[in-house]
Design a protein around this ligand. Sequence first.
Ligand code: SF4
Length: 287
Amino acid sequence: MDKKPTWLKANRLGSKKASEINAYLRSLNLHTVCESAKCPNRGECFDRGTATVMILGEVCTRNCRFCAVEKSKGTLLPADPNEPENIAEMAQKLQLKHLVITTVTRDDLSDGGAGQFVKTINYVHKKCETVSIEVLISDLEGDWNSLRSIVEAKPDIVNHNLETVPRLYPDVRPMAVYERSLDLLRQVKLFDPSMITKSGIMVGLGETEEEVIELMKDLRGVDCNILTIGQYLSPSAEHHPVVEYIHPDLFNRYRDIGEELGFIFVESGPLVRSSYHAEKARDFIKI
Ligand code: SF4
């Protein structure tokens, strides 16, 4: 793909702080998806009091073609029993405003890792009353009992990314099912109608504008409240190629359409990632 356009230049705000925080996280054997995904915004997020930690290790049982995370070739490590408490300690020490807890997909675990999410949410609730918690979860292979346990632990936001439009799933996200991901967001609202739900996609993978708008309608069809839309950037030549650099005008148009469709908050822009400006959603949550 041609040279990156000018609008994809990330501002290097807070990188010194970012590296200090990363060193601290590593001292607690904690992983941030920001590092493994080479996110261009990590400096800025930390400065806004938002951090995204990845639980359940750094090796995934899936093989999404856009993702830089290491893919499993055999038996994976069990969940780290100290991780939930370490994350709560980190959130307290860093005086976070908004904590995003994400994960690789662990189809090898009987509950898909839901138990580790519940423990982490409970520990953070106990140690930090003011931090808002967003969980960015896998599709749990459609195990809605495990999903219910996460919802009942009362995070503030349940996030599950659709990532791209259904036509591109076989290429981009081969082990996921579009309808199953939509159904997950529907189930969250059935378990707790007051729960804020969120989803996110990348664009520039070959989707059409009409397909993106259809996807937005599907999300509103399951009462999804928040949407993020960002430019796909290929982690390497081995990953899915960037088909198009989407112009900022089209990101703005998606934002306007999303708001017209009823999302309470749409973060749409070239550098937007799932947790980018995630703390802004706090305005919609009764903390
Ligand atoms: S499931 Fe998530 S972590 Fe695993 S390969 Fe796909 S995007 Fe990456």
